[in-house]
Design a binder for this molecule. Structure first.
Ligand SMILES: [Zn+2]
Length: 590
């Protein structure tokens, strides 16, 4: 009996299995089908039961009520991010199904996870230096609603999910403001993992060309300087080369053209603002990618190309784990005392590289139904050419680091949102009059079209003044000495493009405050002029010098209003409520 038990134990060890349950995972991408949501979850549950290196965890709620799952693969069953990092291992985070009509990553991730766990092509070796964390499906609400009529121009799978989530939000615009439970749970998960590498999987339409897979890599200029260099000089070239050498799917940067629609004018790196997944994750010193498969390519090929990309990423990450870890640790530390924060970027079109691109000629036909002239990419006329490639961005707006931001508790929602992203917040223990830098909103344009239920504020013009403001016990103090510094600044500086102000969280401050009429102050102004000799002289002089002014009673009253003590009530007008404490001061906090 004892020998039999030992034999079973040894056999289990050889198989590397937790139990002997036969796996019953039927990936169907070869049949142009993507697994349904329940089948996806079942597949991961089976893998987690079968293999000791796997764990399937519920991370929190999503808008549809179902939990957001995380599937982790780690050697020696170590699933604790802090302990994983102490061992010098990198964490690669993958997220799928933000847009469930673009599901290649969903199926590719199961294939990839399974391949590693069963040690296909000795892939287990990657686990010596890397840990994988997969969000199987992010937009669960959208994934549960499938139709063959979603994304009609896409070559498979037959049934596709809906783009928007249960709250009708596009989750790939919700990474900064986080108004969905999906985004809130994602932020907690991302903060918990603090991964080294992040991959988000998508499908794109637009111009047709010969590539099955394209890649958005976060702007290298936006990363910590040394990380950015490593990314641009080493990681990206290796990944593109790896796809050329080891995959049948050559990869090209995402086709974002220099001149709209004209591929030969060149490609540019995408300006990934923090509202997008890669823009958000890269704020935390993470190498962030978005795969964008081309809709016109057949689904099984798209899935295989993503599996190959995952493999290239884990191969590179494992081979360079020590350098990746060291650079990130250094950057995570350096950002805590970073002094200047760029909040707005512009493409530098004065410098570019070149890349070889395989495209199709653009031609025109007459359509059979309406007879209209229609453009199309002619697959019978392929072309190969060397085109410019622009990857350099310059900061156009920067801000200096304050010691801290102060968020009055009336805006507690903002403090809580920050805290959900790992930001540490303190609160004032007692009331305090503090000298702060405050912003006034001088001008703002409201977008005409709704985005995510918002009419975004853009072209935001501000000016800054120093003044004393009364704060109260319980108001929030956000010190800018944190790993999340860049997120804090991007969200709290009102003129940053993905800020809470841009997303309308502070719009009430743009409305009229205490109403006044300058006519009502006329007798008060007379008193003021009687008491203030200098002001009377100034006022009389201005009337003599300025003919229009002399004939405009409203302008005269406005002028006196601005000079009168009564104008102090103006200090609330378009005052952005989050202030900056420029220098460190003694505060009693809890
Ligand atoms: Zn997408």
């Amino acid at each position: 009996m004892k020998q039999a038990l030992i034999l079973i134990f040894v056999m289990a060890l050889i198989a590397g299995c937790k139990n002997n349950e036969d796996l019953d995972i039927n990936l169907k991408y070869d049949e142009n089908l993507s697994l349904e949501y329940d089948q996806v979850i079942d597949a991961y549950q089976q893998l987690a039961r079968h293999y000791p290196q796997a764990k399937f965890i519920e991370m929190g709620k999503t808008d549809i009520g179902k939990p957001l799952h995380l599937f982790m693969i780690s050697k020696n069953k170590d699933f604790d991010p802090a302990s994983i990092k102490r061992k010098g291992k990198c964490i690669i985070m993958i997220i799928n199904g933000i847009h469930p009509g673009e599901p290649e990553g969903t199926d590719a991730s199961i294939q990839f996870a399974w391949d590693i766990l069963r040690n296909k092509d000795e892939m287990q070796k990657y686990l010596d230096n890397s840990v994988i964390a997969i969000i199987p499906v992010y937009n669960i609400g959208g994934a549960l609603d499938r139709s063959r009529y979603y994304r009609m121009n896409q070559d498979g799978p037959i049934y596709k999910g809906r783009r928007r989530n249960a709250k009708n939000m596009d989750l790939n615009r919700d990474f900064a403001k986080q108004e969905t439970k999906n985004a809130q749970t994602f932020a907690k998960t991302f903060t918990y993992l603090n991964p080294d590498v992040f991959i988000d999987t998508h499908t794109t339409n637009g111009s047709d060309h010969q590539y099955t897979i394209t890649l958005i890599a976060t702007m290298h200029n936006k990363l910590d300087r040394e990380m950015g260099l490593f990314f641009k000089e080493k990681m990206l070239p290796d990944l593109y080369k790896g796809m050329t050498d080891n995959s049948e799917y050559d990869m090209i940067p995402y086709v974002m053209t220099f001149n709209r629609g004209d591929i030969k004018s060149g490609l540019i790196t995408y300006n990934d603002l923090p509202l997008y997944s890669t823009g958000y994750t890269s704020l935390f010193n993470c190498y962030s990618f978005m795969t964008e498969n081309l809709v016109y390519k057949y689904f099984p090929d798209r899935v295989r190309s993503v599996v190959d990309f995952f493999t290239q990423v884990i191969d590179f990450t494992s081979n360079n784990a020590a350098e990746i870890r060291a650079l990130k640790e250094k950057a995570d530390e350096a950002v805590k005392s970073q002094e200047i924060f760029p909040i707005e970027w512009k493409l530098d079109d004065s410098q570019n590289e070149y890349l070889v691109f395989n495209g199709y000629e653009y031609s025109y036909i007459e359509t059979p139904i309406t007879g209209r002239r229609k453009g199309f990419y002619d697959h019978d006329k392929p072309w190969t050419d060397t085109i410019p490639y622009y990857t350099t961005y310059k900061p156009v707006t920067t801000v200096a680091r304050p010691y801290a931001y102060i968020i009055p508790q009336a805006w507690e929602e903002i403090a809580l949102k920050l805290m959900n992203n790992g930001v540490i917040a303190y609160q004032l223990k007692e009331d305090a009059m503090l000298e702060v830098e405050s912003y006034y909103i001088d001008d703002v344009t409201r977008s005409q079209r709704a985005t995510q239920g918002h009419y975004l504020n853009n072209s935001i013009k501000v000016h800054k003044t120093v003044q004393a403001i009364q704060y109260y016990k319980g108001d929030y103090i956000i010190k800018v000495n944190q790993h999340s510094n860049r997120f804090i600044v991007e969200m709290l500086e009102p003129h940053a493009p993905s800020s809470y102000f841009a997303w309308n969280f502070f719009d009430s401050i743009l409305e009229a405050h205490d109403f006044y009429s300058v006519w009502g102050f006329e007798s008060h102004f007379l008193e003021l002029l009687d008491q203030d000799e200098n002001l009377r002289t100034e006022f009389d002089q201005k009337k003599m010098d300025d003919h229009d002014f002399a004939n405009d009673p409203v302008a005269q009253l406005q002028y006196l209003y601005q000079k009168a003590p009564v104008s102090e009530i103006e200090k609330w007008n378009r005052l952005y409520p989050v202030s900056r404490l420029a220098k460190e001061i003694e505060l009693s906090l809890y």
